[in-house]
Design a protein around this ligand. Structure first.
Ligand SMILES: *[C@@H]1O[C@H](CO)[C@@H](O)[C@H](O)[C@H]1NC(C)=O
Length: 432
């Protein structure tokens, strides 16, 4: 779901650039993250008890796309007056929802999009608005009665410049109600693409900040500030807002870390390989649906590939230097047709968490870190971070066949295995 990673596997040759781009999430480098973590209003926003999770106030959206070969996902939302459909890339690594937009701003520049550009209604968010402030560092000065200009950079080098507006979003709630609700979004009139332009109309911001769509819906009492997704290894899946799709007792939970308050971070992680500790530890980690692959910062990446290669020593797999699908691919004696053909060669990897007495683990079976390339080799879907990047990113590949839940109400991240992510959860019953 990567702004920028998208095309990547379509144009296989561009692998090099892929290695530089890592995530569509808004810059981790501080360019625009003067925004602080905020616990979006929730206590007064919802009325039902925390335990009664069948209030029906939730939204489920089908996800389209896959990690490989497409490298991106999208959901469809109806926005505007009159309401029109747009394809949005769901990104838990950034807050702002934005669309390429028909707006007479300076230096218009657009990337290719599947729908005509969104035409904003005449409802600007002003610069004095707290939602506008959350897009800027605290020292940002503006005239409070002027429009809210912003510019965001993404990890893959793409950027968007625009103005913040309000407009009607329509949602089908699970209890059958359909609701049009006014929410703030970005009207982007100047986009610079990353190496692999996003083929969607825009991004669905699902981060922790006030501007995130779910924070806004929760502020207005419509859903709890909880986001979840279920991505199938077969492609497709669903995204949900609200809390009635899982039985919390079946979910493994870990607290969000205060060491990285602006992202969905479980804090510091150690890698296990084949069930054994590896000494690859103190990895500050983020869960990011906006990243198709998983990234380790360079020293950890190098240590991990050493382990993987040692494990393959003496086996029939040979490194496939002619396969540029991803940086590291292996050829078998016979072409690989599916991950079932390679499972025996690869150990499970797991993340274990510092500051966790319960010894919770986030398991990565081979399908959560390998792909079968179009050349019928197996490739490692854990990639090298960029120089200077100290973060580790758990991307879509590693969250497949799990319900992953970002619970902003209780400041925790949860997951549970789920083999049927490509079927929408049936209403009224929990899906896990
Ligand atoms: C990983 O990335 C770092 C920083 O760009 C680079 O110096 C290193 O050579 C890379 N390692 C591998 C194995 O590609």
């Amino acid at each position: 779901m990567k702004v920028g990673m998208l095309g990547l596997l379509r144009v296989v040759v561009l692998m090099l650039v892929l290695r530089v781009s890592s995530s569509s999430s808004a810059s981790y480098s501080g360019k625009q993250n003067g925004r602080k973590s905020m616990l979006p209003v929730s206590a007064q926003a919802t009325t039902s008890s925390l335990m009664l999770n069948r209030v029906g106030n939730s939204v489920v959206l089908p996800l389209h796309g896959n990690v490989y070969p497409d490298g991106f996902f999208d959901i469809t939302l109806n926005i505007g007056q009159p309401s029109k459909p747009y394809f949005l890339d769901p990104d838990t690594g950034s807050d702002l929802t934005w669309l390429q937009c028909d707006f007479k701003g300076p230096c218009q520049s657009f990337t290719k999009a599947p729908h005509p550009h969104y035409k904003p209604s005449n409802n600007p968010v002003l610069c004095g608005d707290p939602l506008c402030k959350s897009l800027h560092p605290p020292e940002y000065k503006c005239e409070t009665t002027k429009q809210c200009d912003y510019e965001l950079w993404f990890q893959d080098g793409s950027s968007t410049r625009g103005v913040l507006v309000k407009d009607a979003f329509s949602f089908n709630f699970r209890d059958g109600t359909q609701l049009e609700h006014s929410l703030a979004l970005g009207c982007g009139y100047n986009q610079t693409p990353g190496p692999f332009p996003n083929p969607n109309d825009g991004v669905l911001g699902l981060g922790k900040g006030k501007l995130s769509i779910v924070s806004q819906l929760s502020r207005d009492g419509l859903v709890r500030n909880i986001i979840g997704h279920c991505i199938s290894v077969r492609g497709g899946g669903y995204l949900f807002f609200g809390d009635d799709h899982y039985d919390s007792s079946l979910v493994q939970w870990i607290s969000m870390s205060s060491d990285l308050p602006e992202y969905y971070s479980p804090g510091w992680v150690e890698l296990k390989f084949g069930g054994q500790p590896t000494g690859i530890k103190n990895l500050l980690t983020v869960f990011d649906s906006g990243s198709s692959y998983t990234y380790l910062y360079p020293p950890a990446y190098e240590a991990l590939i050493t382990l993987v290669k040692e494990e393959l020593t003496g086996k029939s797999l040979k490194e496939a230097l002619d396969d540029e699908t991803l940086p590291l691919c292996w050829k078998g004696e016979r072409p690989f047709k599916s991950l079932d053909d390679v499972r025996e060669y690869f150990q499970p990897i797991a993340l274990s968490f510092a500051n966790d007495e319960k010894d919770t683990q986030f398991e990565l079976p081979p399908e959560a870190y390998l792909i079968i390339s179009h050349k019928e080799n197996v490739c490692l879907g854990i990639l090298n971070g960029t120089a200077g990047m100290n973060l580790n990113i758990i991307g879509d590949i590693s969250m497949q066949d799990k319900v992953v839940i970002y619970d902003n109400e209780k400041q925790r991240i949860g997951w549970a295995p789920e083999k049927n992510c490509d079927q929408l959860p049936k209403s009224e019953s929990t899906s896990i």
